[in-house]
Design a binder for this molecule. Structure first.
Ligand SMILES: Cc1cc2nc3c(=O)[nH]c(=O)nc-3n(C[C@H](O)[C@H](O)[C@H](O)COP(=O)(O)OP(=O)(O)OC[C@H]3O[C@@H](n4cnc5c(N)ncnc54)[C@H](O)[C@@H]3O)c2cc1C
Length: 323
């Protein structure tokens, strides 16, 4: 064995030991207020993203109440651990090395309540199920969101939108949890909404619940409109493939899909990462794409668009994880 081999084994063992120490201690901390089966270690993020891509999260925590979520947030920050909030994983590209620290999955935080024209919704509810509930209650205003995958918390964070509608138009107020675990209430005008942007992208707060303000409507008409939007989606978007929706934000005065199509990049691929044949604005994972493949595809598209159109394409998807 060479000196280099010995040094390599020593440093590998040291890292393993440190990781083991890190893991055991923090697991114990969370067990004070969570069941054992709510704390997962080395959970593959590829199982929790619509891209089907992403390495392991050190800790993957699944709170089931707002109180539990608050406790996880405050302990995680107290201990100085990095924290990431995962909704439906429908707008995420997670790097192959995975996510260090804690990932909180909000899917267990559920509940919806009607109060006149208001809907009080827990952040882990899926956006589609909230839109369907609004329809059942005869409340209009959420039809545009009927086919947007992911959680309502994620939609509020991203200011998700479609068909001329945007979440910002129907949010009355939001309750979030700050880094000290304290609750903060914000009305719409304090959320700093603009295109695919909200204040939560800057302040690291975790959205717990949302009040949506809708208007009375006729359930049959609301459903017809939602069906029509969903039909349009099915015909235009590669919903049968693994994707995260539109990869890039819309640059002013340009259409992303059109530019990529004109560059004849439909079907262009790096490994299993491919520009959809059906909708050039969607990048898809054809099976075993890695994050590295997807990032290479993204930067190649950006390069060619820059060269031909002098336009900078910025990702709409959130790219996270260890580089
Ligand atoms: C087929 C397809 C079609 C799509 N169509 C559209 C569309 O028409 N319009 C559109 O806008 N988007 C669309 N998307 C993208 C995606 O559905 C939206 O961005 C969605 O709102 C993301 O929600 P999520 O819960 O999946 O968020 P995630 O992907 O889990 O997370 C996205 C970001 O939100 C943050 N986040 C999530 N929950 C919380 C919370 N409770 N508190 C704080 N931060 C949080 C995360 O930390 C992350 O930074 C599409 C995606 C797919 C796969």
């Amino acid at each position: 064995m060479t000196i280099a081999d010995t040094l390599f084994i020593m440093s590998r063992d040291l890292i393993a030991q440190r990781k083991g120490y890190f893991m055991t201690n923090y697991r114990k901390l969370f067990t004070y207020f969570l069941r054992d089966d709510q704390i997962h270690e080395d959970e593959l993020m590829s199982q929790h993203t619509t891209f089907g891509i992403g390495g392991p999260a050190d800790y993957f925590i699944t709170p089931e109440t707002e109180k539990e979520l608050q406790q996880v947030v405050s302990i995680t920050y107290q201990e100085g651990l990095p924290l990431f909030v995962l909704g439906g994983g429908a707008n995420l590209l997670v790097r192959d090395k995975g996510v260090r620290g804690v990932v909180i999955y909000t899917g267990g935080i559920r509940g919806i309540e009607k109060e006149g024209n208001l809907l009080h919704v827990a952040s882990g509810m899926s956006t589609c199920s909230v839109a369907q509930a609004a329809c059942r209650y005869g409340l209009s205003g959420m039809e545009f969101a009927a086919g947007i995958p992911g959680s309502i918390g994620g939609a509020v964070y991203m200011n998700a939108g479609a068909y001329d509608g945007e979440i910002s138009q129907i949010v009355e107020s939001v309750i979030s949890c700050n880094q000290k675990g304290e609750l903060v209430k914000r009305n719409n005008e304090n959320i700093c909404y603009r295109y695919r942007h909200s204040i939560f992208m800057e302040n690291q707060e975790v959205i717990l619940s949302i009040v949506l303000k809708l208007v009375p409507g006729v359930a049959k008409d609301i459903k017809a409109q939602m069906d029509e939007f969903n039909h349009r989606r099915r015909t235009k978007q590669p919903l049968e493939k693994k994707s995260a929706g539109s990869t890039f934000k819309r640059p002013e005065g340009h259409f992303v899909g059109q530019m990529i199509e004109e560059l004849e990049l439909k079907g262009f691929s790096v490994g299993d990462a491919q520009v959809s044949e059906k909708h050039a604005g969607f990048l898809i994972n054809n099976g075993k794409a890695s994050c590295a493949d997807m990032l290479q595809l993204i930067s190649e598209i950006q390069r060619r668009v820059r060269e031909k159109y002098h336009v900078e394409l910025n990702p709409e998807i959130q790219i996270i994880g260890e580089e």
